[in-house]
Design a protein around this ligand. Structure first.
Ligand SMILES: [Zn+2]
Length: 118
């Protein structure tokens, strides 16, 4: 038997952590529904050339964080939606129950271990 509640709790926790991290470094663009990095807010009004370079490096780092975290959040949101479906926890290939250990490691998993795509 699948423990959906347990998985749901785990997913919600992961979602909250990801949301917090994402809000720290970017914002959700309501038009594209995608996360975008925001430049760090400065405490001081003007900056010399070096500071500008630092800022743009910082922005690059944020952007690459967003590219990692954004899709992870989307996966979790998808998995949370999928939890309500009858087919949740069933392998897309063989339709058998996905191993609980696998779902705990990756609640968004859609295949069993045997049909795991690399
Ligand atoms: Zn399978």
């Amino acid at each position: 038997m699948l423990d959906k509640e347990k998985i749901k709790e785990k997913l919600k926790k992961e979602r909250d952590v990801l949301l917090e991290e994402l809000r720290d470094i970017g914002k959700l663009n309501p038009e594209t529904d995608e996360w975008e990095a925001t430049p760090e807010e400065l405490d001081f009004p003007e900056s010399d050339q070096n500071d500008m370079a630092d800022r743009s490096e910082d922005f690059e780092a944020r952007s690459s964080m967003i590219k990692t975290l954004g899709p992870r959040l989307n996966n979790i949101l998808k998995a949370l939606k999928g939890l309500n479906r009858e087919s949740f926890g069933k392998c897309e290939v063989c339709k058998k129950d996905i191993e609980m250990t696998r779902l705990e490691a990756n609640p968004a998993a859609r295949t069993c271990k045997q049909h795991l795509k690399s």
